[in-house]
Design a protein around this ligand. Sequence first.
Ligand code: ZN
Length: 174
Amino acid sequence: MSRDKGIITLRIAGLSEGVHEYAFSCRAADFKNPELGDPCFCNDIHVSAVASKTESEITVDIETGTVVDLSCDICLEPLEKELSGSYRIFFVFGGSDAGEEDENYRILDRNASEIDLTEDVRETLLLSKPIKTVCTGNPQCAVYHEDENGTDEKPKESMSRWRESLEQLKNKYH
Ligand SMILES: [Zn+2]
C-alpha cells in the first residue's frame, strides 16, 4: 500500500528566500494512518504555516486553531473550548547528522519539492488540548477547587518526608 499523501504539505519547489505564508483548513477525518485519535476534534481545524527561507534553512512556524467539544472532568458538563497550538521546526538543507537528535531540527534535501507537516500538525493539535478541563463559574465544581488546593500541598509534604528519610539513609551509610 502506498503511503497516503500528507494533508498539510508546503510546496517549496523554486521557493525564493524570504517569508511565505500558507493556510489550510481541514477536519480530523482528513488525518489518516494514523488518525487524529481524539474525538474532541470534531470541528474545522485551521492551520497556518509561515516558512522563512534562507540560504541554509527553512524555518517553519505552525499554528493550529480549532474549537473542541470537551466535558468537565468533574461534573461532566459539556464544554466548548477554543484551542490554539504552535510549533517551530527548522529544516536545514543537506546538513550533517549533528542536530538529528533534536526533533525540531531536520535535514532537508536541497531538491525537495515539498515539506509534509501532517505529523507535526497532528502533534501540535494533540498537545494544544488541555490536560485538565474544568468548567468555570459552576458552583457544583467549587468542591473540586478546594480539593485541588488540598492536593497541591500533599506532594510537597511527602517530598520533604521522602528527603528526610533519604537523609537518614545517607547518615546510616556514612
Ligand atoms: Zn464542572
